[in-house]
Design a protein around this ligand. Structure first.
Ligand SMILES: N[C@@H](CCC(=O)N[C@@H](CS)C(=O)NCC(=O)O)C(=O)O
Ligand SMILES: [Fe+2]
Length: 384
């Protein structure tokens, strides 16, 4: 297999340009082009970071809001928004008088649907961002070494494959006008005292987060234990997975035995088109793995874990699905299973979209049965 070569060095000219007093706004810069379309007034102002950490409790996801409030337009970015909390996030952005320019993802999430698609429908000016290596569709596909500007502040893109092949960490810049200490938004490449599971794709070891200055503040995409922030120094000392040697790491990761995320069947297809609200163009077949496989050949990364492909869960009742099963047996059990199906559709959240047609059929059949009973059409059926 031909490896994807994604590594780009941060050349000194780029760092110098970031430090330059020029006020020309540079939303995303990719080597070698630095001059990009302007979004703001171009007025000079000192950068000043506004930072908020937001939480979505069903998937234990953190969303991060960053803005340059030193800029008259207060340009902002949102990292890893969740669909369920988009209204909360946009309301906060409105209250703070910010202008959201980028809705970004650290990777194709498997456990929740990203909020970027919904944000784009509500705020058409906002652009979606995800890594090119993820294979997902977005307005901007970023690569290692790219810089994402909001006002005079920027985030560097660092490839941190492992949890998925397209995982990136967004790191604040290292020049004097950028936040100090530096901040890194790790996605699931690093979770406090742990790291994201590595059974989704063929994976790599990611020492790069540990090459950041030891006082760098690390903000993960999830926390299941109540932590909010950590530092490189702390994780080098105490991370139960990433601080281990390669072989131990491999053994730990191969024996996690985690169950498949409950929402994977819905989340991954939706997140592959994260910047757009259209549904995925075709349903995923049971034979097709969710994520494209392959190593990223990134300098400094050592491939260590052969991930298992995560496939579509087989539907219950011999692959028929519970909805269709209830529909069929409804003909033999006095329509009661149809009412059960209708109840599930109306009162229970059905995560797997493949189950919905069966439940809809039950609901229609239950409604027709109820109407027939009301009209007395079933009276004769009881006379033998
Ligand atoms: N139980 C959760 C899934 C949890 C999960 O698998 N989380 C992923 C991140 S998307 C992970 O890497 N977890 C690491 C761990 O739990 O050690 C669900 O059903 O949604
Ligand atoms: Fe994840």
């Amino acid at each position: 297999m031909v490896p994807l070569r994604l590594y780009r060095h941060l050349i000194p000219q780029l760092a110098a340009a970031a430090r330059s007093p020029s006020c020309a706004p540079r939303p995303i810069s990719r080597l070698p082009a630095l001059a990009m379309a302007a979004y703001g007034t171009g007025a000079c102002a000192d950068s000043k970071l506004l930072f908020r950490q937001l939480f979505e409790k069903e998937s234990s996801t953190y969303t991060y809001l960053l803005a340059d409030v030193g800029d008259p337009e207060k340009p902002a970015v949102l990292i890893d928004p969740v669909d369920r909390t988009v209204d909360r996030d946009l309301n906060l952005i409105k209250e703070l008088g910010l202008k959201l320019i980028y809705a970004m993802n650290t990777h194709v999430h498997a456990d929740h649907v990203t909020g970027t698609g919904l944000i784009k429908t509500k705020l058409p000016g906002a652009k979606s961002v995800i890594s090119k290596a993820s294979g997902a569709k977005a307005d901007h596909s970023v690569e290692h070494g790219d810089k994402i500007y909001f006002g005079k502040l920027f985030l560097e893109v660092r490839a941190t494959p492992g949890h998925t092949a397209g995982c990136v960490t967004y790191v604040t810049g290292d020049s004097p006008d950028q936040p100090s200490p530096r901040m890194a938004f790790t996605g699931d490449a690093l979770i406090i005292r742990a790291c994201g599971r590595t059974d989704f794709q063929r994976n790599s070891y990611w020492p790069q987060i540990f090459t950041l200055p030891k006082d760098t503040l690390l903000y993960p995409a999830h926390d299941y234990k109540g932590f909010t922030v950590t530092t490189v120094e702390e994780e080098v000392a105490y991370n139960a997975r990433l601080s281990k040697d390669k072989e131990t790491f491999k053994t730990i990761m191969e024996n996690l035995n985690l169950s498949c995320p409950k929402m994977i069947d819905v989340a991954v297809p939706a997140n592959m088109v994260c910047g757009f609200q259209d549904p995925p163009s075709k349903a995923y077949s049971a034979a097709a793995p969710y994520y494209a496989h392959g190593y990223q050949d990134v300098q400094g990364y050592i491939p260590v874990v052969e991930g298992r492909p995560v496939r579509m869960r087989r539907l219950p009742c011999c692959g028929l699905g519970m909805g269709w099963f209830l529909f069929i047996i409804g003909f033999f059990f006095a329509a009661i299973p149809w009412y059960v199906g209708a109840f599930v559709l109306i009162c229970v959240r059905v995560h797997d979209y493949r189950e919905k047609p069966g439940y809809v059929a039950c609901t229609i059949a239950a409604s027709l049965a109820a109407i027939a009973m009301l009209l007395g059409a079933t009276k004769g059926a009881e006379v033998w």
